[in-house]
Design a protein around this ligand. Sequence first.
Ligand code: KG4
Ligand code: ZN
Length: 357
Amino acid sequence: MTKPIKILSIETSCDETAAAVLSVELNGKKINSIKTLSAVVKSQIKLHAKMGGVVPETAARAHVKNILPVVNQALSNSHSQLSTINYLAVTQGPGLIPSLIVGVEFAKALSFATGIPLIPINHLSGHLYSALPNSQYPLPSTLFPLISLIVSGGHTMIVLMKDPFNYKIIGQTVDDAAGEAFDKVAKLLKLPYPGGPEVSKLASIGNSEAINFPRPMINSKDFNFSFSGLKTAVLYYVRDNKPISQLSDAKKQKFLKDICASFQQAAIDVLIKKTLRAAKEFKAKSVSLSGGVSANSELRRQLNLACKMLNITDLAAPFSMTGDNAEMIGIAAAMSLAKGTKLKSAKNIYADPGLGL
Ligand code: KG4
Ligand code: ZN
């Protein structure tokens, strides 16, 4: 029996200040188990709702205010003293630079002061690993090759994982991310921020066949996406109809519900079709779904159904890990340790807003 190690992970790439403590049983290159001892997320939604979107400087100031209490809370919820932590992990990028700097510099300072080594983590690898079954470590080889769909506010990509340590992007958005499209559609419909959950709430009671919005790039041979044209189609539809403010309450409600449902279905159709085409081409045994947009229950339901028809295992991030969180950063750090990635001195780790997967 190997002694479990403890990882304290920190995430501040956008508008959530998060920290988690994980206990990992590591045996050479094999992870025998990962247990989340605590996971704290302090959201800044209320702060940014007033402005209708994330203001980077405001986000950074809030991270500065929240980071110490959030880390302390994660330590105390896990009944851990800092002295029992074996590794620190922090999101290095991609993300908003003012936000990333707060987490990275905090983690570096903590590493200098305590001597605990620091593992820099790619935010997208966090989303990638968040969908793998946490209760099934060591990960069964029967899950691979795996096709992963990562859909967030900043990214939309299809990743091919040949095994738990080897992954590469095989397709991504050429313009807006899927979450960004949800947020922009919400904004033009004057729905509150953050838009994604609002659009999906209205969509759940609307008619998805009411308006035939375009499915950009659905038949292109590659695995790339484009969502900016879809958003513009919604904009033109709204512009070419009677102004929302002049509609009666009942008509307004129906108008909004149908636009949301039709837009959402157009986005889902493209996401699922491309993901399944990739799964077939690479003979995937499983498909995974993660990132903020994976909280969309209609996307989860339809992808699950499609995978069942093809006899492919369907994995989705638990709801607690769909939005930004530090638990997924801890899991990615455990994978990095298992892979044997050489650790850098903390002084050579810098926030990198454009870090690629
Ligand atoms: O992963 P995430 O928390 O942050 C980034 O890394 O970007 O993703 C946030 C995105 C936002 O665009 C938000 O509107 C979207 O996820 N989102 C949703 C839903 N919940 C969150 N989009 C569609 N349906 C939802 N239920
Ligand atoms: Zn994210």
